[in-house]
Structure formats: C-alpha cells, structure tokens
Design a protein around this ligand. Structure first.
Ligand code: DON
Length: 309
C-alpha cells in the first residue's frame, strides 16, 4: 500500500457519509461536520505510519474508550476479578440495552464493550476519588496511544452528562442487583464513564492503539511492553465478537479483523502482527457504527489481505 493508494481509498469511500447520520442523541456530537473521512495505518513490521484524509482531526473517542478502560481495569484488579464482574459474551442487543440483563436474570453485564459492561470496568479502575480515577484513565490512554495531547473535551462531556439518562438507568440497575464489587457511588461511576467517552483522539492515535494490541501488548514505537500478552489477546477476541455491537457478526463475516467502534465516528482495528488501523468518519449507521469507515476498512482489509479467518 503506497500513499497514492491510501489517498484513493479515502476519495472512493468518502461519499458513503451520505448513508449515515451523526449521533445527535448526544447534542454536542450532533454538531460535528459529517463530511469527513480519515484513515491511519501503523505498519508494525516496518514501524512506519501512513495516513490520508482527516487522520489528524480530533474527535470524541466514545465507545472505543471501553478498550483502554478494560485494559486498565485488568492491570489494576487482575483478569480473574474483572471477568467475575463482567462477561465476555456478545449481547445481540443495542449497545445501551438493559433487556439482555433483565431477560436472562444476569448477575453481571454481558461484556465490557456494551455500556452496562463499560460502567462496570470503569468502576473497577483504582482511584480514591472520581478525579483520580479519571486522571489515571486519561494518562493511560496517552501512554497507550503515544500522544500527550489527548485531552477531555468539556463541551462534549457536559452534553453527555446532561443527556445520559439511559446510562444512568443501566448503572442503577446494576447497583440494585448488587453487581458492583467495589465502588458503589453510581453518580461517580457515571461521571467517570461520561468523561472517558468525551476524550478527544485522532485516527492516528487509534492506529497506535490498534498496533499495540496487534503487537500483543508491546508498543512498536518503543519496544516497551505496556499491557500483558493475555490482556491483548482477550481484548482482541472480545473486539471480534462484540466490537461493533449487534453488527459484530456481519462485520466479521464481511471484513474479518478485530475492531472497535465509537459513536464519535472512530474505528480502531488490530490486525494481528501486521497493522494497527484507525479511521474517522462521523456519520453512523443504525447500530452506531461509522458508515464510510466500514466501507474504507472493507477495501483496505481486502487489499492488504488482513482477514484473520
Ligand atoms: O454512552 C454512550 O451512549 C456514548 N457515550 C458511547 C456509545 C458508543 O460509542 C457506542 N458506539 N458505537
């Protein structure tokens, strides 16, 4: 893949923004310009980064934050404690559904990548106060994506916090069913969760997070191990089964690489041993996944022969 070919992939797939809509259930995200598409490719073997289109535009990480927060919870509490508090099974329901827990009388949320599960992993991150817990999440994200400029967007955070009644209901449902093993201050848990979703990243940042996972936890840019191999492996497996919510099966069928989406328009891909990929295009399909991003990834994965199956 050379620069011209990557530029052409952006040109070819840009038009698909017309098939989607920005996430207006969070008012600040509803104001983002949908006419954007960017891609960043981190080549692990050659330790080289390439990008095209809007790969340096900052946007809200949203649900992709569920990946670093899961990794930090594992680092803080260990694999066993985390997967006693949250499952690893896809739900088949929307990302903010309460039904899957209610119907099955579950004792814990089904996986760390739906909102109920992410509220749980967020509550597992260590910190005496919510400021400390959020501060640790932010620095961990800066480390995993090798970017000290990753910050919180206050306007998006306030907008999220003012409109998060469904997440609040999920958190109270979990509290009412005694699911939280440590922190029981639900409003604090919700606050940290809204903040982690409102962190701004670029497609290039996401390509580095993908590369770290693809390289089994060792940062290709420094040779330093940042997360355990086991944490990287487990995360990629859950990305494969639940990274794109109730579209994960279709996406695996058509694209076939561990990926995680967010309603800010980002997609983060870990192509084992080969590439980390980040895309950004804010217009989403009905399940909350970036339309042009998925089209571009379908082409890129086919051209580079990255389908893991
Ligand atoms: O909690 C929410 O609804 C958002 N802050 C994040 C959801 C999300 O990104 C789902 N992703 N596709």
């Amino acid at each position: 893949m050379n620069q011209t070919e990557l530029d052409q992939l952006v040109e070819k797939n840009f038009k698909y923004y017309k098939d989607g809509h920005v996430a207006d259930y969070i008012p600040a995200l509803g104001r983002v310009n949908p006419k954007q598409l960017g891609v960043a490719l981190y080549d692990i073997q050659n330790n080289a980064q390439m990008s095209a289109g809007q790969a340096n535009v900052r946007f809200a990480i949203e649900s992709i934050s569920k990946v670093p927060v899961l990794l930090l919870a594992i680092k803080d509490r260990g694999m066993k404690a985390v997967f006693e508090a949250v499952g690893a099974e896809p739900t088949g329901f929307a990302f903010n559904s309460i039904l899957n827990m209610e119907i099955n009388h579950l004792k814990h949320p089904m996986n760390p990548f739906v909102n109920a599960g992410a509220l749980m992993t967020s509550s597992l991150v260590k910190g005496d106060t919510d400021e400390e817990r959020f501060g640790r999440i932010l620095s961990f994200m800066q480390e995993l994506m090798n970017d000290d400029d990753i910050t919180l967007d206050n306007e998006i955070y306030e907008s999220e916090h003012a409109t998060c009644s469904i997440n609040r209901s999920l958190a109270y449902y979990e509290l009412g069913n005694n699911m939280f093993p440590f922190d029981k201050d639900v409003e604090e848990i919700i606050d940290v969760y809204c903040k982690q979703c409102s962190i701004l990243v670029t497609a290039e940042d996401l390509s580095r997070l993908g590369a770290l996972l693809a390289n089994n936890g060792v940062a290709p840019w420094s040779g330093k191990r940042l997360i355990s191999q086991e944490a990287a492996t487990i995360t990629k497996s859950i990305m494969t089964t639940a990274g794109l919510y109730n579209q994960s099966g279709d996406y695996s069928f058509h694209v076939g690489v561990p990926s995680k989406s967010g309603v800010g328009g980002g997609l983060m891909v870990a192509s084992p041993q080969k590439y980390g990929i980040g895309t950004f295009s804010p217009a989403l399909d009905k399940d909350g996944n970036s339309v042009a991003g998925i089209h571009l990834l379908t082409d890129l994965v086919r051209d580079l022969n990255l389908n893991i199956f």
